[in-house]
Design a protein around this ligand. Structure first.
Ligand code: NAD
Ligand code: MG
Length: 392
């Protein structure tokens, strides 16, 4: 039986992954499930799939997790070191679906064992793309994209020669505030930005969709994963979220990937790759859809996209700074310390302010450099949030 682990099992991607695992008639041998504070859920899922071990990221949650697993024979562990230890447990396939920069280290560690890493954690590629890919290559590991757009590109590229690729277009729904007047955006609340028209996702990524920081991350993710130049990557607003991405070839052909907005498609593709198996996702009726719309994203409405372009041109440590600053800015917005449009201001000011501490163009050559960059960027971003808050 295939051995699988799910990092971030209690989250939106993790739950969809467990849903597919539970449906497989031949079954999987589940090794490790990890989660955060939702330990009751983690224990329930670990029991349901018969995992060997359940790990919470937070040490203080360990007693509760242990209690919830009592009598099950499933081991319980907690903390960052335990997450790394879970990554050392042999598995053929691992879902990397922890949210944020915290997802990098466990996924990176798993590559050492030559596993297949299904990568939902886009932050890993944004902060440390070249390092992660090199680690995978060095150990004969396979990294498969799980972000819906990148899975779509990956599927459109099957059997194609990368040298024939002219451009990659990823689509964006435009998020929950797409139809708001630009002047009203500074007043958008957490509840306004936290409602998504098409996708059911975790809170952080839903707000990142409204600000397009999610798409900004995905532009960088595209550059890193597919090794194309920044000027070959485009984002287009597509309110129906039916086409997830398109690949343009040098003969002018565009190959599009269409699918219902359901993450189980991209997760299932990565789970069964290189096969295609039946998946429990809605089938598209084109005549019922009737219209698919496309709009150029507006720079004033979505400043995150321009910042991402600058980050891609800079390379080096800029992605790690961008990601850390975005996470702190989002924390600031969630805590009602700064406004919706201030998030972009914080990220830009952090990229500018950090240049005094190191050169953004310096290469990311070890995991330690990434973690150090992440830490310094968080300190700088926190300063910027304070300044922004003072101006409110
Ligand atoms: P989520 O918030 O629903 O779940 C996150 C998971 O990570 C949970 O299991 C949580 O317990 C765990 N976690 C949180 N903080 C942690 C920490 N510090 N250390 C260890 N574990 C921690 O998030 P999600 O929406 O499932 O997204 C997961 C990842 O997948 C993100 O990187 C996101 O960008 C990416 N992604 C999500 C979607 C989607 O549809 N939800 C689509 C594409 C990509
Ligand atoms: Mg996506």
């Amino acid at each position: 039986m295939r051995k699988v682990s799910v990092f971030g099992a209690t989250g939106s991607i993790g739950q969809n992954t467990l849903d597919l695992i539970a449906r497989a008639p031949d079954g999987y041998d589940v090794v490790a499930l990890t989660g955060g504070r939702n330990v009751a859920q983690l224990a329930r899922d670990a029991r349901a799939v018969g995992a060997d071990i359940a790990v919470t990221a937070y040490e203080e949650e360990l007693p509760v997790l242990r209690d919830a697993l009592a009598g099950s024979g499933i081991a319980a562990a907690a903390g960052e070191a335990a997450l790394i230890e879970a990554a050392d447990r042999p598995a053929d396939w691992i879902m990397s679906a922890i949210v944020g920069a915290a997802g990098l280290a466990p996924g990176f560690r798993a590559l050492r064992h030559g596993t297949t890493l299904a990568l939902a954690n886009k932050e890993s590629l944004v902060t440390a793309g070249p390092l992660l890919l090199a680690e995978g290559r060095a150990h004969g590991a396979t990294i498969l994209p799980v972000d819906s757009e990148h899975s779509a590109v990956f599927q459109a590229l099957v059997g194609e020669d990368m040298a024939a690729v002219e451009r990659i277009i990823i689509t964006a729904s435009g998020g929950g505030l797409r139809d708001w007047p630009v002047e009203a955006l500074p007043d958008a609340t957490v509840a306004d930005a936290g409602a998504h028209p098409n996708w059911d996702m975790g809170q952080r990524i839903t707000i990142d969709s409204a600000s397009m920081f999610n798409k900004a991350m995905e532009l960088i993710e595209t550059k890193e994963f597919f090794g194309v130049r920044p000027d070959q990557i485009e984002a287009v607003v597509h309110p129906q979220s039916i086409i997830h991405a398109l690949v343009g070839f040098r003969d002018g052909a565009l190959m599009a990937h269409l699918g219902a907005p359901d993450m189980r498609h991209a997760i299932g593709y990565a789970l069964h790759w290189p096969d295609r198996r039946h998946l429990p996702v809605a089938r598209i009726n084109l005549a019922e859809l009737a219209t698919l719309e496309f709009l150029a994203p507006c720079d004033t409405r979505y400043p995150a996209l321009g910042i991402a372009r600058a980050v891609m041109e800079t390379g080096g440590r800029a992605g790690a700074v961008f990601n850390a600053a975005k996470e702190i800015a989002l924390d600031g917005f969630l805590a009602r310390r700064i406004g919706f449009m201030d998030m972009a201001g914080v990220v830009e000011a952090t990229l500018d302010g950090i240049s005094g501490r190191f050169r953004l163009t310096d290469a990311i050559d070890t995991l330690e450099t990434v973690l150090e960059t992440d830490h310094l960027a968080r300190v700088e971003a926190e300063e910027q949030v304070k300044k922004m808050q003072g101006r409110k």
